[in-house]
Design a protein around this ligand. Structure first.
Ligand SMILES: Cc1cc2nc3c(=O)[nH]c(=O)nc-3n(C[C@H](O)[C@H](O)[C@H](O)COP(=O)(O)OP(=O)(O)OC[C@H]3O[C@@H](n4cnc5c(N)ncnc54)[C@H](O)[C@@H]3O)c2cc1C
Length: 518
């Protein structure tokens, strides 16, 4: 069994054709980081006439959506579930292109299978009749409550996503304007409380409330506004990008290249230069300084403020305030390839363990690494033959785990934890797994900290609690430094590919017009 990886590097698109280049003398924007949010921001800035450069610490673009290639397998490191395709289509349209010309998004049916600890399962899909039948299979008396839950989730979608999602929440006025909508959604309830108000069956309560985990939130404490995810999925579908999520990243980098925007890899920013209270450029790890008219950070906001900006420039985001924040869980991810195929395993599967509320409390509140776990198993080769050699399967399995406040020494714990997951998979859905593995690699919370520079190794930035959302989340226009902007998971609106693409839209509302620099 090999246990090393070769990252995908040198696979950036060919040189720019020059189309859509910024005019001579255009003001310059530096974007720190090439996650979905950073690339979307760069596209939007470039379309508005900025001269843009993206600086990326890693040797390839994508951030959490980086791609690992090993032994003929291709592993998307992070996002696998693509929802709200129109947010991507908008970016392609801004560049005069069509997303479908570059990347095929294939709808998933069912979206995913939720397997409970007793071996029963719920197939979650976008087909209303099928969903009602699945709910009735578990508890016919819950069908009416399920319909009421859908109505509430749809209200949260209309108010929380359509109306408030791309608003920048730049001032207290924005918050006050949103207050009536928050009240209509009764946003102070947790999503679990909301679901329990409608459904009696324990398993259905889990199936309808786990969605915030996809964006780093504890269903027991995040606002019920996030039930909008449920509506998003049903309205726009769940898709797989053929070639892997990395195909979307490569497509975005190609759009930028065509506009003359470089994505410079192996370029870690060590410091944001602040002069007279204004960001005027960045200093790189090699000591060189790049000047810019504005700086947009796609790096974790807590890390950006704490490590890239000297404390004397931070009245709002002091170290104390950053430390007081509540951060999302982290993830343990095991990527592996097998020399046989497991054709009865669907593309997306949740394998729930014996505990739900108690496990969530261990992860989010006690910061305790429990012995049991709930898993998300990803088998892209179910849909896409390009990700594994013929006759093989590519997988990743992830377990939500506490962030680094758990004190876990992952250098020691990673292998026993991986083995425990392997045993669980072998006993449930992947018989004989151990003998079939031909390639393997893990990512731990320590890697989120060391490699992706995420504060406390949190996988999704700040936890999406009501008092850490919208105006309470780090603003897209920095509260502390003029000319500094934030995009990505830990600013407004939040984590997940749709969230970070929306953050680039929110950013557009607060960046200055290029004419101001003429
Ligand atoms: C395992 C996993 C699975 C997920 N699954 C899904 C899913 O199925 N669907 C979904 O919608 N979402 C999913 N998510 C969430 C989603 O991937 C993220 O919320 C989103 O991709 C984050 O994008 P971002 O723009 O915030 O930037 P990130 O992807 O966090 O990228 C930030 C970039 O900034 C770079 N950087 C940081 N500091 C510096 C510096 N000082 N100098 C230069 N560069 C720097 C980093 O190297 C990184 O490339 C998943 C996340 C994980 C971890």
């Amino acid at each position: 069994m090999k246990s090393y990886f070769t990252p995908v590097s040198g696979n950036l698109p060919p040189a720019s054709t020059g189309e859509g280049r910024a005019p001579r003398g255009a003001p310059k924007a530096i974007v720190i980081g090439s996650g979905f949010g950073g690339l979307a921001a760069a596209i939007r800035l470039s379309a508005r006439g900025w001269h843009v450069e993206v600086l990326e610490k890693l040797d390839g673009p994508g951030g959490r959506a980086y791609v690992w290639k090993q032994d003929g397998f291709s592993f998307d490191a992070g996002p696998t579930i693509v929802t709200v395709p129109h947010l991507l289509e908008e970016l392609w349209a801004l560049c005069g292109r069509k997303l479908s010309d570059d990347v095929e998004l294939r709808p998933m049916d069912p979206f995913y299978r939720i397997r409970f600890d007793d071996g029963s399962w719920f197939d979650y899909s976008g087909d209303p009749e099928h969903m009602r039948a699945e709910v009735a299979r578990f508890d016919p008396d819950d069908v009416a409550g399920y319909e009421r839950f859908l109505d509430e989730a749809a209200l949260c979608y209309r108010l929380g996503f359509e109306k408030l999602g791309a608003r920048a929440f730049d001032s207290i006025g924005d918050l006050l304007a949103a207050a009536p909508d928050l009240a209509r959604m009764r946003g102070w309830r947790s999503i679990f409380d909301m679901v329990c108000g409608h459904l009696r069956n324990e398993k259905l309560r889990v199936a309808m409330s786990f969605h915030p985990l996809l964006i780093g939130g504890n269903p027991l404490s995040v606002t019920c506004v996030y039930s909008l995810i449920n509506t998003l999925e049903r309205r726009f579908g769940v898709h797989w990008a053929m070639g892997g999520t990395g195909a979307l990243i490569r497509g975005m980098v190609r759009l930028l290249a065509e506009r003359g925007v470089a994505v410079r890899c192996n370029a870690e920013v060590k410091r944001i230069v602040v002069e007279g209270g204004r960001a005027t450029g960045v200093e790189l790890a090699d000591g060189s300084v790049q000047r810019a008219d504005i700086v947009v950070s796609n790096a974790d906001t807590a890390w950006t403020y704490k490590h890239l900006i000297a404390p004397e420039h931070r009245r709002h985001w002091s170290d104390r305030r950053i430390e007081r924040g509540r951060y999302s869980m982290s993830l343990f991810v095991w990527y592996f390839g097998t020399k046989r195929r497991y054709d009865d395993v669907p593309h997306h599967m949740m394998l729930l363990g014996p505990r739900y509320e108690e496990l969530l409390t261990d992860i989010f509140k006690r910061h305790h690494l429990a012995e049991d776990f709930s898993l998300y198993l990803h088998r892209p080769s179910a849909t896409d033959p390009s990700v594994a050699p013929a006759g093989h399967d590519a997988f990743y399995v992830l377990a939500p785990v506490p962030h680094l406040d758990s004190g876990t020494d992952w250098a020691v714990q990673a292998e026993p934890y991986r083995r425990a997951i392997e045993a669980r998979l072998e006993a449930t859905v992947l018989p004989g797994l151990r003998e079939q593995i031909v390639t393997s690699r893990v990512t731990t919370p320590q890697d989120f900290h060391d490699r992706l520079l995420s504060y406390k190794g949190a996988a999704f930035g700040l936890e999406p609690l009501l008092l850490q959302s919208a105006w309470f989340r780090p603003h897209n226009r920095s509260e502390d430094v003029a000319g500094l902007f934030m995009v990505g998971a830990s600013t407004h609106p939040g984590a997940g590919v749709p969230g970070v693409l929306m953050s680039a839209k929110a950013l557009e509302k607060v960046i200055p017009h290029v004419e101001q620099f003429a």
